[in-house]
Design a protein around this ligand. Structure first.
Ligand code: BDP
Length: 335
């Protein structure tokens, strides 16, 4: 009897070990009955730094919740363009995603501050702001519209690219330029006497090709990965905005998590942002090389003062309240 029990116990141990090994190899094998399926939004391809960051976030959360929260990122705008995806996050039909902060400008006032032109001196300055008090203010405004900010991704320096060379602000006159859906962006381009058109990211290529627009503005990685460089051959390093990006979760989902799960998500998000930032710096360099190798003319804007000096009306309008003006001041005062 004793021997039988021992054999059975041994067999069970072996079986359990086998199951554990299988579970380690096949994460879904260990899926608990109450597992949640989360859908994530990404506008970029899976191999873009932001896509890799999102995938890392999902993996870490799955591991650390023992597959209770299973995350899948739908890359390459499979779940729609940015403005619709933001609405879906607010409604809870998309659970997480990485978003540029400009499409929130008309919804969450403090996001305007970090979109403002020529505000950040360099990436370290941006990080000091967004990882500190500035980020906290923005997170409050986003929470109020149903979006929980967990960490901040780099968005790089955005510059103008066009079907003709742009060297001075005078060259911007009458230029039909695509902007993100944001009043600030419209006013920024109007301050340069350009003709701004808000369009979804996914429509920029064909709009450049058909002549609906003459120009757009973005960082080197987006300019390169979307192949916009094939239809707009002149990239001018205006570096007019360093608006960062957010890794966020829908408030609908967040409210149903316990404290332990929230901590897991926050930590995973911070780790994913560290990865994205590291990959980002490298991708900026590589993307620039790729477009130059493809024959793009990169026009270096050595002196940005003629550009920044035209931005007064944008600051006057979008950092008008004491709160927003205070945020600008605090950012400028950062070492
Ligand atoms: C890219 C951002 C992406 C925006 C896009 C745009 O990463 O979130 O949708 O710019 O200009 O740099 O729409």
């Amino acid at each position: 009897m004793k021997a039988m029990r021992a054999i059975r116990a041994q067999a069970l141990t072996v079986m359990r070990a086998g199951a554990l090994a299988a579970a380690a190899l096949l994460p879904w094998a260990a899926t608990p009955a109450t597992a949640q399926e989360w859908r994530g939004w990404n506008i970029h391809a899976a191999d873009y730094p932001n896509g890799q960051g999102l995938d890392r976030f999902g993996q870490l959360v799955m591991q650390r919740t023992n597959n209770r929260i299973r995350m899948r990122t739908y890359h390459s705008a499979q779940l729609g363009q940015q403005d619709e995806a933001i609405q879906q996050m607010r409604l809870g039909s998309i659970d997480f995603g990485n978003f540029n902060l400009s499409p929130f400008n008309n919804l969450a006032p403090s996001t305007n501050v970090v979109t403002l032109p020529f505000l950040f001196r360099n990436v370290a300055h941006l990080h000091a702001a967004i990882d500190g008090a500035t980020g906290e203010e923005i997170a409050k405004d986003l929470e109020a519209i149903g979006i929980i900010a967990l960490a901040w991704y780099d968005g790089g320096a955005r510059s103008v690219y066009a079907t003709r060379p742009i060297r001075t602000p005078a060259d911007m006159r009458g230029l039909k330029i695509r902007v993100q859906t944001s009043d600030l962006w419209i006013d920024l381009m109007r301050a340069l006497n350009a003709n701004p058109t808000p369009l979804p990211f996914g429509e920029v290529f064909t709009s450049l090709q058909s002549g609906v627009i003459d120009a757009a503005e973005n960082n080197f990685p987006s300019y390169e990965s979307t192949r916009h460089f094939e239809v707009a051959r002149f990239y001018s390093t205006t570096e007019h905005s360093n608006v960062p990006e957010v890794l966020a979760v829908s408030r609908q989902r967040w409210q149903r998590l316990n404290e332990q799960e929230r901590t897991i998500l926050r930590d995973a998000a911070r780790e994913s942002a560290a990865l994205q930032r590291q990959l980002w710096a490298e991708r900026e360099r590589v993307s620039r090389q790729r477009v130059e190798a493809a024959g793009v003319t990169v026009i270096e804007i050595a002196d940005r003062t003629p550009w920044s000096s035209l931005m007064e009306p944008v600051y006057a309008k979008y950092a008008a309240t004491p709160r927003l003006a205070g945020m600008v001041q605090a950012i400028r005062a950062l070492p």
